[in-house]
Design a protein around this ligand. Structure first.
Ligand code: SF4
Ligand code: SF4
Length: 300
């Protein structure tokens, strides 16, 4: 199955839709895509998709056999999701960010997005099931809660099982980096077991404890990185700060940060507040302020 997306931020005219689509087909060496998405719909870009008539364009591509299934990925509010679905009932599927700590996150509101889609029987593709890797490695006392119930299971498998136990979930994008993560995911899904009620209660308990630890909600999507004039590896800086916060430990994250800077990446203190990054961050993070705070910890 092949999937790709049409990005609002690379289109100015209607001709750009076909230009981008043709490049995507050519690069992959195929005649059609199984799943094609309008990329990352949110309050800041829905007007571009509407102005360029991208929904009708997608339906036409489907009639032509160039797209098998047409939908969109979404990073906006529940209110916008309902509006888009009301106006475009042809939507076949929607990709949303969902994991157990974002279910009640007031910015992401995954639980509400899930409920809207589930009520309408719209299949979901799930992104960020392990929240950029943060749910694969927890504080030892939290991991212990999972290990007590299932000693052999990885911590990441709990995050996957939470998402995959929800009715209406069509597929889960795991965002793996290493082969051992792939193997772990294969193990989880080859012998898939939905969460039992007592396991769900433990996930709720872990979620409650985690939500009390303030963290930067960066999912490491890297959308902010390309345009940064100071070449700051923003998600890595936030990972360093989160690791220092979560594990009360600063030698390893600090040394990782120094390695980044020594390899030529900008320091947190180099930020010139141009705002390029904040305009593209799907998590709506106040990146400039967060980098300033990071600089106080890392660049003194
Ligand atoms: S605001 Fe700072 S971090 Fe963001 S793109 Fe500009 S220089 Fe880079
Ligand atoms: S765009 Fe936002 S969520 Fe994505 S890597 Fe950058 S700061 Fe993190």
């Amino acid at each position: 199955m092949l999937a790709t997306k049409l990005p609002a931020w690379e289109m100015k005219t209607k001709e750009d839709r076909d230009r981008i689509f043709k490049e995507q087909l050519d690069r992959a060496g195929v005649d059609y895509y199984d799943f094609y998405l309008l990329h990352s719909i949110e309050e800041g870009n829905i007007d571009t998709y509407e102005k360029l008539d991208c929904f009708n364009w997608g339906l036409k591509k489907k009639e032509e056999g160039k797209i098998r299934h047409f939908g969109f990925s979404f990073h906006g509010s529940p209110e916008l999701l309902e509006k888009v679905l009301d106006e475009h009932p042809e939507t076949e599927f929607v990709q949303i960010q969902l994991n157990y700590t974002d279910w009640n996150n007031p910015v992401v509101r995954s639980g509400k997005l899930y409920e809207i889609l589930h009520e309408r029987n719209i299949p979901m593709i799930i992104m960020e099931p392990v929240k950029g890797g943060t749910l694969a490695s927890l504080k030892p006392e939290l991991e212990e809660k999972y290990k007590t119930l299932r000693p052999e299971a990885s911590v990441a498998s709990w995050a996957f099982r939470f998402v995959a136990s929800l009715p209406g979930v069509m597929t889960i994008l795991s965002g793996m980096t290493h082969e051992d993560q792939m193997q772990d995911n294969i193990n989880t899904f080859s012998h898939f077991e939905p969460l039992l009620d007592k396991e769900k209660a433990v996930v709720d308990e872990v979620t409650g404890i985690m939500l009390e630890i303030p963290q930067i909600g960066c999912t490491a999507c890297k959308y902010c990185c390309d345009g940064c004039p100071k070449n700051i590896s923003i998600p890595d800086v936030f990972r360093v700060i989160n690791t220092m916060t979560l594990y009360n430990e600063d030698f390893r994250p600090r040394s990782f940060y120094n390695g980044l800077v020594n390899s030529g990446r900008g320091k947190a203190a180099d930020c010139v507040a141009c705002r390029q990054c904040e305009g593209v961050c799907p998590q709506h993070l106040p990146i400039i302020r967060l980098l300033k705070e990071a600089a106080e910890k890392l660049d003194q």
